[in-house]
Ligand binder design. Structure first.
Ligand code: F6R
Length: 369
């Protein structure tokens, strides 16, 4: 069932164009209107939502962090992302105008289940984003938006992550549509851009050779840092998590803007730093700021490995290695920038001789608190 791939993980990385495509399928009409019939919460109630709290753990929480940028931008609803196991132990402010969005591949993660139960007791509306039909979290929620990534066998999450981002974006667009706010006109365009992502993911997969070669050459690495900004920040943390879980290498993801507030002290000769660069077409000159971060760490001897958008020539001067992703609107970039980081971790762990499908000490579904 590995379809000729050496591991389930590698297969599932290659399943991603389909995972995103299937998750989009049938959820909008030809006029560019979202048709999320499965959100069986009264629209008049949904319109009263004044706060969204995303609850999840691990990779699923990073999907939530990515979605926060898009949901707040499109819906103008304050959105928090909280680790499920922290949430209910801090007396959170939740009421009947709070929308809880849980994200769980398995639908059985005990920490997330308990957090959802707690929120429901406080009167919140609950929507589950989940990849497993009929699992416990969706059964205990008011509504469920399934990700259609197909079964994920490898312990480390890959295709579920991209499908979770996709589903959370659809939910955000649906709420924007419901509230009839000023982003109404853009929804159709964003859906059209989302529909183009599977082919772009495929393009990255078809050109995986270069990143895999780099990964194999780095099998003796002890530490890797990941930097990102805006939606690239959670992507950096996801890239670091994949490397920890699979290759047992110390890795950390930072917000690039935080570098000068501490982490830059870690930079030394030869330290590999992966930088997820925002689109040069994005707002607020973030691109220029991150390019100057690359310059700073390069000047201190870091081995700079850069993920940038096709056509971004500005990064070349300071990058030891550049991997280009196809052009994409800035908010959708995580659907692409994550892929080289997954390939990197999978290949590096394989080069070290580890079982990427069953990393040590980990279970696919964490059903204890
Ligand atoms: C990382 C990974 C874990 C899960 C986390 C949540 O590769 O797989 O961090 O993302 O345990 O699991 P779910 O999504 O099933 O609730």
């Amino acid at each position: 069932e590995k379809d000729g791939y050496p591991s389930f993980m590698e297969k599932e990385i290659h399943d991603q164009p389909d995972a995103v495509g299937q998750t989009l399928l049938g959820r909008s009409d030809e006029h560019g209107r979202l048709t999320l019939d499965e959100i069986r919460i009264d629209p008049t109630l949904l319109k009263t939502v004044n706060k969204i709290i995303v609850l999840a753990c691990g990779t699923s929480a990073y999907a939530g962090q990515v979605a926060k940028y898009a949901i707040e931008h499109w819906c103008r609803i304050p959105t928090e992302v909280e680790l499920s196991h922290e949430f209910r132990y801090r007396d959170p402010i939740v009421d009947d105008k709070t929308l809880i969005v849980s994200i769980s591949q398995s639908g059985e993660t005990m920490d997330t289940l308990m957090a959802v139960r707690y929120a429901r007791e406080q009167g919140a509306m609950t929507v589950a984003i989940c990849n497993t039909n009929g699992s416990t979290i969706p059964r205990e929620s008011d509504a469920v938006l399934y990700t259609h990534a197909g079964p994920e066998i490898a312990v480390a999450s890959t295709k579920a992550f991209l499908a979770q981002i996709t589903a959370a974006y659809l939910l955000g667009l649906y709420l924007a549509q419901l509230r009839g706010n000023k982003f109404q006109g853009e929804i159709k365009d964003i859906l059209a851009d989302l529909a183009k992502t599977p082919a772009k993911i495929q393009e990255i997969l078809d050109n995986a050779g270069q990143i895999k070669e780099l990964a194999r050459s780095m099998a003796d690495t002890k530490t890797v840092l990941f930097l990102g900004r805006h939606v690239g920040f959670p992507v950096a943390m996801e890239g670091a998590l994949k490397l920890k879980e699979l290759a047992y290498i110390h890795a950390e993801g930072f917000a690039a803007g935080e570098l000068k507030h501490g982490p830059i002290a870690l930079i030394e000769e030869g330290l590999p730093v992966v930088v997820v660069v925002p689109s040069p077409r994005g707002r607020d000159s973030l691109h220029a700021k991150v390019v100057s971060n690359i310059q700073e760490i390069r000047a201190r001897g870091a081995k700079t490995i850069v993920i940038a958008e096709a056509g971004d020539e500005a990064v070349r001067a300071y990058a030891e290695h550049v991997f280009y992703i196809p052009e994409i609107p800035p908010l959708l970039a995580p659907l692409l920038t994550t892929v080289p980081l997954q390939l990197f971790a999978c290949e590096l762990a394989t080069a070290k001789g580890f079982d990427v499908d069953q990393p040590r000490n980990l279970a696919k579904s964490v059903t204890v608190e």
